[in-house]
Write a protein that binds this ligand. Structure first.
Ligand SMILES: *Cc1c(COP(=O)(O)O)cnc(C)c1O
Length: 356
């Protein structure tokens, strides 16, 4: 037993549980639990990574200026407004630590991304989860009403993980009208490439028009670089500067920087893969609908099964069909869209569920 005094507020956090290996009773499971891109990196991206391997005895560029320049060119934004992180999880962590401390409040929808409460408590701040509405969407008026004089930051996840639902431009506009300008509003667009809802807000457009809006993007999902860890914020320069101050030094590796730049240059090819995944999402959605299984409309690369007390049994049925999903006991489970074979297994598992 250690004799070291740990922070007592950490006791409220669950300890990290390693994910189950994707093998079950000798059967290879489809790992559909982390919303990963099922496609390996493009040839051009693999080549760029390979060409850089011989340089990893050196530290990475601290400011990742070439990658920041490529991102700023893509959006036509001042490079000063780009801050990089080791995945957008680190970006969100930087944001919370840059604006909130002990006693301060961070508001997010619930259920939303599991990392939000963890990162909030790790920063010493207090998380305020605001229930989703009955359609599993952000309840933006309720989130605005939850603002107090201790609120420092609000996280808006669009599309929302794990429900796949989106908010509308007009709703976000009204929300920003009612939130004090001193409160940071983060639009987490981890799944933006999968969003085909014409009503959805374009986070970058909101960033251009609102001085308290920050957009978080990642290379982990549509770009398929989850294992390399790179994401970025688009933020007003003063905030981006603060993010660089609290960032993990050298948190974005050379390989991650190079792979992200190569991915930005191959955006057309990547979008073709995203289109394939969206078509698979539509195929699975219509199969679920014809089975009478009610899942919320998803604009992301996953589906939310809000099965409450039936969650554990349903997850077992999916495992029987080789599908590893992400379960939130007593609430629901999330299944990512994979390749065609994996998605056929989703449909087979759902078919069994519908006949139980
Ligand atoms: C996956 C995900 C992220 C980003 O993860 P990183 O791999 O750290 O870039 C951010 N927000 C949400 C909601 C996500 O689901």
């Amino acid at each position: 037993m250690t004799t070291v005094n740990l922070r007592s507020d950490l006791e409220s956090l669950p300890a990290y549980k390693p994910g189950r290996a994707p093998v079950h009773d000798g059967q290879v499971l489809h790992k559909l639990s982390s919303n990963e891109n099922p496609f390996p990196p493009l040839e051009s991206v693999q080549t760029a990574i390979g060409a850089t391997i011989g340089e990893v005895n050196r530290y990475p560029q601290m400011a990742a200026h070439e990658l920041a320049a490529a991102i700023s060119a893509k959006f036509d934004i001042d490079p000063e407004s780009i801050a990089l992180g080791s995945g957008s999880v680190e970006i969100i962590s930087q944001l919370i630590r840059a604006v909130a401390g002990p006693g301060d409040e961070v508001i997010y929808a619930w259920r939303s991304f599991e990392a939000y409460p963890l990162l909030t408590v790790a920063a010493g701040a207090r998380g305020v989860g605001v229930d989703l509405d009955s359609d599993y969407r952000h309840n933006l008026p309720a989130m605005a009403a939850a603002v107090t004089d201790r609120t420092r930051l609000i996280l808006v996840c669009n599309p929302n993980n794990p429900t796949g639902t989106t908010i509308a431009r007009r709703e976000l506009e009204e929300f920003l009208e009612s939130v004090p300008r001193s409160v940071a509003v983060v639009i987490d667009e981890a799944y933006v490439h999968f969003d085909r809802d014409p009503e959805s807000p374009d986070g970058v457009d909101f960033f251009r028009r609102h001085p308290n809006v920050i957009v978080a993007h990642t290379f982990s999902k549509a770009y398929g670089l989850a294992g390399l860890r790179v994401g970025y914020a688009i933020a007003p320069p003063k905030i981006a500067t603060a993010l660089r101050k609290v960032a993990l030094p050298f948190g974005v590796t050379t390989l991650a920087q190079v792979a992200a730049r190569a991915s930005l240059m191959a955006e057309k090819e990547l979008q073709t893969r995203v289109d394939t995944l969206i078509n698979e999402r539509l195929r699975v959605a219509s199969a679920l609908r014809s089975l009478g299984i009610a899942v919320p409309d998803s604009q992301a690369n996953f589906f939310w099964f809000p099965f409450g007390k039936d969650t554990n049994d349903s997850v077992k049925t999916f495992e029987k069909h080789g599908v590893l999903s992400r379960a939130f006991p007593e609430d629901g489970f999330r299944v990512s869209i994979g390749d065609k074979v994996a998605n056929d297994a989703i449909i087979a598992a759902a078919t069994e569920l519908s006949t139980l």
